[in-house]
Design a protein around this ligand. Structure first.
Ligand code: 4AD
Ligand code: MG
Length: 449
């Protein structure tokens, strides 16, 4: 395949080319038309002059509606004013399908988000979703490369599972012949079997949570990358999370310059991402939040005042909420690792620290209002303690017998984490709602298209 596409037009300056694609937009007058032509790889301006083309070609170019599919021929010329660096002087246009009622206006954008999401199957052609989804593609490839280069074995976990990993309240139950099954919330428990078999594995796939809340951070279906490593303890797990985040952000900055420019993303904070991140004990984070609540309440900034009302909403000693994470992000202005959450607010599999009060877990909080992008930690490796936790968390023991076997046959210290791909893309692209970070978002109110 060696065809001419919009993204490689620069190689064809002063040559005649043929491009296949769609009419994206049109400006122009009686004598001169400026067609914005897109082929999926980019958008190029095609100048059609009444003097230089046959009359029927000019009439076609003037008449056809947005998203008509066409073949365009013309000469590539340098144009320093365009970001692409070239434009086309059209000589011929052949219509594949003429369209006149495309339902999306080019000027429509996020304000009409619900309408646009109803038409997501078409909206993905527009510049903004196109740019965000290109970044997503790069992020996913960067994640794959990161683990592959470091010798991790790709280890796919099942989507149909017999048990909950992250608590029963967000489980999707599915009839599974004569049993009850659940869509996976996380591949972690399977990842642990892989760590015992291959030392370093990475699970990467879709995960599901019946999230009933309507927030800008929650999807019901999202992709998670979950490394799991034998003999790695909490500090090493934080090292790995920091290294992976730095790598992925770096790749997006390096290879998605045009997309980030299209999105008008201020990349200052992204460019400063570098490990180590500040590592903050949960108790220290609580102290910072008490101060921030006070400070923000006294601020003149209405946004901060509003945030102050919601800081520590769950109460001292409980899990952090969205406002807490946003406030911490504003305070540190970079990614931070918060570790040693109270054991009571974390999942059954987390290893307790020596006091028994805290879990040896870590969340990475991204700045700029995104909040938690990574959750993970060291796993409980003591058989008796794990069995006790399973009881305490009401996990049906028959559904996790296989998992408990890992503590009977060569138990070792180990751990890993999960990063939500969409949260990461949301942060990198600066989109306010995570639903823009996946081609077809699934939320409590949306199953179509
Ligand atoms: O913190 P979570 O629930 O951790 C786990 O599932 C662990 N079992 C992972 C592991 O240790 N292998 O989820 C991990 C990440 C979150 O930090 C967030 O990025 C993302 O998954 N996530 C969601 N993303 C979008 N929508 C949701 N409803 C999400 N829930 C979690
Ligand atoms: Mg979490």
């Amino acid at each position: 395949m060696n065809s001419v596409t919009v993204n490689n037009l620069k190689q064809y300056v002063d040559q005649e080319v043929e491009l296949k694609g769609w009419l994206y937009n049109r400006r122009g007058s009686g004598k001169l038309l400026f067609l914005q032509f897109r082929d999926g790889t980019g958008v190029v301006q095609v100048v059609v002059s009444k003097k230089e083309v046959p009359e029927n070609v000019f009439e076609d170019a003037k008449r056809i509606g947005i998203e008509s599919s066409v073949i365009i021929r013309g000469k590539v010329s340098k144009d320093d004013r365009s970001t692409l660096g070239v434009e086309i002087h059209g000589s011929d246009l052949q219509i594949i399908q003429e369209v006149h009622d495309y339902p999306i206006q080019i000027t429509e954008d996020v304000p009409n988000i619900d309408k646009l999401l109803d038409m997501r199957h078409l909206w993905v052609r527009s510049k903004r979703p196109h740019a965000i989804l290109k970044v997503r593609s790069e992020v996913v490839q960067a994640i794959r490369d990161f683990y592959y280069e470091r010798g991790f074995v790709l280890y796919d976990a099942p989507v149909f599972t017999p048990a909950s990993c992250e608590g029963a309240s967000t489980l999707f139950e599915v009839p599974y012949f004569d049993q009850k099954g659940y869509l996976t919330q996380s591949g972690q428990l399977y990842g642990e079997t892989g760590a015992m078999a291959f030392n370093k594995v990475v699970v990467f796939g879709p995960t599901f949570r019946a999230e009933k809340s309507k927030t800008r951070r929650h999807l019901t279906e999202f992709w998670m990358v979950e490394p799991e490593i034998a003999f790695l303890e909490l500090d090493g797990i934080m090292d790995l999370a920091e290294e992976q985040i730095q790598y992925v952000v770096g790749r997006a900055l390096e290879r998605c310059k045009n997309e980030l420019a299209e999105l008008e993303r201020d990349t200052t904070i992204l460019e400063q991402v570098s490990k180590p991140f500040p590592r903050v004990h949960y108790e220290e984070a609580q102290k910072v939040l008490v101060q921030l609540k006070d400070e923000f309440a006294k601020s003149d900034d209405p946004e901060k005042q509003k945030l102050a009302e919601n800081i520590l909403k769950n109460g001292l000693g409980d899990d952090l909420g969205a406002a807490d994470e946003t406030a911490l992000g504003m305070h540190y202005k970079q990614c931070i690792c918060i570790h040693h959450y109270p054991r009571a607010v974390k999942a059954f599999y987390m290893k307790a620290d020596e006091t028994g009060k805290y879990a040896m877990g870590v969340d990475v909080i991204a700045p700029e209002g995104v909040g938690e992008i990574v959750g993970g930690g060291q796993r409980e490796d003591d058989l008796a303690v794990l069995e006790e936790q399973i009881k305490k968390h009401n996990v049906p023991p028959e559904s996790v017998g296989w998992y408990v076997d890992l503590r009977k046959y060569g138990s070792i210290p180990h751990g890993g984490f999960g990063m939500g791909v969409e949260r990461c893309v949301q942060w990198i692209t600066g989109c306010t709602h995570v639903r823009e970070a996946i081609p077809f978002p699934r939320t409590i109110y949306r199953l179509t298209p």
